[in-house]
Design a protein around this ligand. Sequence first.
Ligand code: FAD
Length: 440
Amino acid sequence: MDELQQCDVLVIGGGPGGATMSTLLARQGRRVVMLEKDQHPRFHIGESLLPGNGELFDLLGVREQVDRIGMPKYGIEFVPPDLPYTSKVEFGDGLDPDKGLAWQVRRSDLDELLFRHAQKEGALAIEGAQVREVEFDAEGATVRAVMKDGSRSAWRTRFVVDASGRDTLLANKLKSKQKNPRHNSTAIFGHFRNARRLEGRDEGHITICWFEHGWFWFIPLADGATSVGAVCWSYYLKSRDKPMKDFFFDTIAMAPELQDRLKDAELIGDEVHATGNFSYASTHATGERYLMVGDAFTFIDPMFSTGVYLAMLSAQKGADVVATALDRPGELPAARARYERLMREVPKKYSWFIYRVTNPTIRDMFMHPRNIFNIKRGLLSLLAADLAPKRGFRRSVLMFKVVYYFISVTNWRRTYAGWKRRAFNIQDHGPLRGETVHKT
Ligand SMILES: Cc1cc2nc3c(=O)[nH]c(=O)nc-3n(C[C@H](O)[C@H](O)[C@H](O)COP(=O)(O)OP(=O)(O)OC[C@H]3O[C@@H](n4cnc5c(N)ncnc54)[C@H](O)[C@@H]3O)c2cc1C
């Protein structure tokens, strides 16, 4: 038998979700242990943040440190496949002009910063510790991990937080993970030196470039590198019949504006990553002695750069649920119900747009954002992850949808063709061919 060490809460995974949770629980005076299988700094994709992250950085007390590692990001540039011009929007034109600034970051830097911060706040955060088993019983759980050197450790805990990201440790164990039947996308990406960026204040904008099989991100980082990735339907990545790097460059060639911005650029490290379908959710996010945060519960699509925000937000709200479970168990059912609602409702605000974003009607609306019925300002607040109840927010998002449906009906032939195309695109075309697929 391994010797059992004791803690109040054991957090599995030391990404943004796990680190936020650990900081907040340590501040409550809990004995928190966070186990991370990797060693920080480690590579992770997901480099574009939102103004909404700012409040969470303030809560943790790390905004200045993020300012130091991040590239200021004020907005988004949209590049259509079929028009000779691009469109730019700024978050500051949303309903709250103070929510105008976000960041592009190297995730190795951000995640290490948040992890070390949790340690400073009192969490026992251990790297190179992969959780292999979680056994629940009436009083709590026993968690067993394998350390980098092959040794084993075992923990007795009153509560478990699963922040294991797309490894979805608990959802796999509980068999509660389900593919998203309404979405199916894959990604292929790399980093470039010397890409041609926008100038001045716009330099840190994320650029979204649509192309025939999906869309590209173009994310300028503070150290001069630019992250470029294609989010494409799985049939497209499945069709690859050449080395990944050649396939990536052929894909870039389908977006002439992007290709032009990369014409003098060089792929850093000659490295191209690919990742298979990543759209899923667990049937539930909580139990009597556990909860899931961030990607451990759900991930839909990176289109609106919401992943890190949702991971940190769920950790913030989840920390209250953990406190309830430990201190006031009689109130736990109501706290769990609120958390379950939050974990469904916030992603849903984005999924309506994600499911439609490659269709021509939405593309037109993003390319020519007009402020009738305040829809531009409401949309920008949504894109900024400024979701606090605000006068006119719900109404303007609702009006966006009304206008969308109106345009769709008046262009019914185009709408029908788009719908048919999407029905094909979201089919599962099986796993990607093995050796080139990296977990991210
Ligand atoms: C192609 C792509 C592009 C993306 N782009 C963006 C973007 O631009 N902006 C954005 O905000 N989001 C983006 N995302 C999403 C974003 O990466 C995630 O939503 C975010 O990292 C979730 O944070 P998390 O803390 O839940 O999980 P993670 O950041 O994945 O952290 C989980 C941690 O758990 C550790 N772990 C896993 N299993 C175990 C175990 N058994 N034991 C111990 N440790 C374990 C992992 O090593 C990892 O460090 C993108 C995602 C993809 C796939």
